[in-house]
Design a protein around this ligand. Structure first.
Ligand SMILES: [Zn+2]
Length: 532
């Protein structure tokens, strides 16, 4: 036999959750050709995997790299973790569809997370074609953002949809599903997605049900109202006739941490009565999003120009502070719960010298009250500030990770170190999510077996997405493969010093091409835009 690649002497963990076995893996072109002990044959390239685990490439079940692929198609900080596929278009954000004349609203809306985007398309199909042209290094599974559907029909205003608006949204969703989208996502804490009543979301789910579309939900509140919010997401799936994924399952605000058992029970109960619901999680107790998400939804009504106008208005600022300042020292929102100003860190903004400061420290430097310092910063930066907020609890993180219906989603962006220093203090999950689950949680803490950990990042999301030929190591499947050392795999990215790739992952193969080779990023442009 001759093959293009032979991975010899490794321990195969196939992604199904089955026990490991010693075996060689042969690849011919883009496909796995054979898996068996001591394969005999000639290969153009042989990788010695002794002492290493050979696993399917990891699937990031929840990613935001799509806003950056056009500028950073390598998605290097994901690939280096062993990821070979990312699920994007999450939390209501996607760059398509776009209605003519609405480009500015979409740009403002995406700008808050620091994306420089180039909107050369209208339909979702045209956008996917543009994405194929930039040749991402990683496979891409795309959802349509509900926020994009709303911006293209209703605009950024807070108003219910008229029947003709809803029909227009359903038509756009249909077009996207035709082009290859896997379903739609909400971010019900992010305007304009947040302005939708449940009925609108059920109607959209129904319109994609017969095509097997999925509903990926960033729920309406992840703090005091988390249980009602999970109920709503489950109801949308149940009444809409589609599968539901609860994004980044968490409870924000220490006053709400005790609600986590109830949250997981809601998921268990729904599954017990036959609802197709699952979830994803990242292995950290801090979240990260746009800092303007610390403002109530009414401040966003009408889009960025209106938001900046309100931030400049004294009465509006007073109202914001009255609604959000809890006990004079914590800041409370539906997405975060009550968070201390010393627990909110500036991750990225144009004034690089402020990156890494907490809002408490910024207040100290400027001599302002923390809430005023935060609103002034948002105003100066035109609301383009990324933040990291320590609103969660590590015991809950472990509880969610261990749950049998939960898979791994980083909720992050693929970055490239490239040449020169990197600015900003982005959340370390961008570099460390998958090795942290395998190293810290499976190996060091023994939360679950390595086989279970690998399953949560391969076979489980593959089944969720109904992949026929990815997510498991099987002859005939796509040759997406991660090779790691189970003794040394470790995340190296930290909150104060995030820009570090992980250790212990010397080889990553995407569609048969060795992309990470001996610990170095070599190939590029190897990914595919996957369609259903
Ligand atoms: Zn989200």
């Amino acid at each position: 036999m001759t093959w293009s690649l032979l991975i010899r002497g490794g321990t195969v963990i196939d992604g199904s959750g089955s026990p490991r076995q010693a075996a060689d893996v042969a690849v011919e072109g883009e496909r796995i050709a054979a898996i068996a002990p001591r394969l005999e044959g000639h290969a153009d390239r042989v990788i010695d995997a002794s002492g290493h685990v050979v696993a399917p490439g990891f699937i990031d079940a929840h990613s935001h790299s799509d806003l950056f692929y056009l500028g950073c198609p390598s998605s290097e900080s994901k690939i280096r973790q062993g990821c070979t596929t990312e699920v994007v278009g999450m939390c209501s954000f996607s760059q398509a569809p776009i209605a003519p004349g609405r480009e500015a609203a979409v740009r403002d809306w995406a700008g808050g997370i620091g994306a420089g985007i180039d909107l050369r398309w209208e339909t979702f199909g045209q956008y996917l074609e543009a994405l194929r042209q930039v040749r991402p290094s990683i496979n891409v599974v795309h959802f349509v953002g509900h926020g994009a559907l709303r911006l293209a029909t209703v605009g950024p205003e807070n108003r219910p949809v008229a029947p003709e608006d809803l029909r227009a949204m359903q038509r756009l969703l249909d077009e996207a599903m035709d082009a290859g989208a896997y379903g739609y996502s909400t971010g019900l804490v992010y305007p304009p997605s947040a302005y939708a009543p449940t009925e609108e979301l059920i109607a959209l789910a129904r319109s994609m049900a017969r095509r097997g579309g999925l509903y990926f939900s960033h729920v309406r509140g992840e703090s005091a109202m988390v249980e009602d919010s999970i109920r709503e997401a489950i109801r949308i799936g149940e009444e809409g006739g589609v599968g539901v994924e609860i994004a980044h399952v968490k409870v924000g605000g220490r006053e709400n941490w005790g609600k986590m058992d109830g949250v997981l029970r809601l998921i268990d109960d729904a599954r017990a009565r036959g609802v197709d619901v699952s979830g994803d999680v990242y292995p950290y107790h801090a979240g990260s999003t746009k800092m303007d998400n610390l403002l109530p939804a009414w401040v966003h009504d009408g889009g960025l120009p209106k938001l900046l106008e309100r931030l400049g208005d004294r009465a509006a600022r007073r109202r914001i502070t009255e609604e959000c300042l809890a006990g004079g020292e914590r800041w409370g929102t539906v997405s975060q719960g009550r968070v201390g100003f010393d627990e909110i860190m500036i991750a990225t903004c144009r004034q690089h010298e402020l990156e890494g400061l907490t809002l408490a420290a910024l207040a100290g430097q400027t001599g302002k009250a923390p809430a005023e310092a935060m609103m002034d910063l948002l105003l100066e930066e035109r609301a383009t500030v990324g933040m990291v907020s320590f609103s969660q609890n590590l015991d809950n993180v472990a509880k969610v990770l261990a749950h049998p219906a939960i898979m791994i989603g980083s909720d992050s962006i693929g970055l490239s170190e490239g040449a020169g220093p990197k600015h900003g203090k982005p959340h370390p999950r961008m570099y460390g999510t998958f090795p942290r689950v395998l190293g810290e949680y499976a190996r060091d803490r023994g939360l679950f077996s390595l086989e279970t950990a690998v399953h949560k990042m391969t076979g489980m999301p593959a089944r969720r997405l109904a992949f026929k030929d990815r997510g498991l190591l099987r002859p005939g499947h796509a040759a997406d493969i991660a090779i790691f050392d189970p003794a040394t795999i470790r995340d190296e990215s930290t909150f104060p010093d995030p820009h570090h790739y992980p250790a212990g992952i010397p080889y990553v193969v995407v569609n048969g091409a060795v992309v990470v080779d001996g610990g170095h990023m070599r190939a590029a442009g190897t990914g595919r835009v996957l369609t259903r």
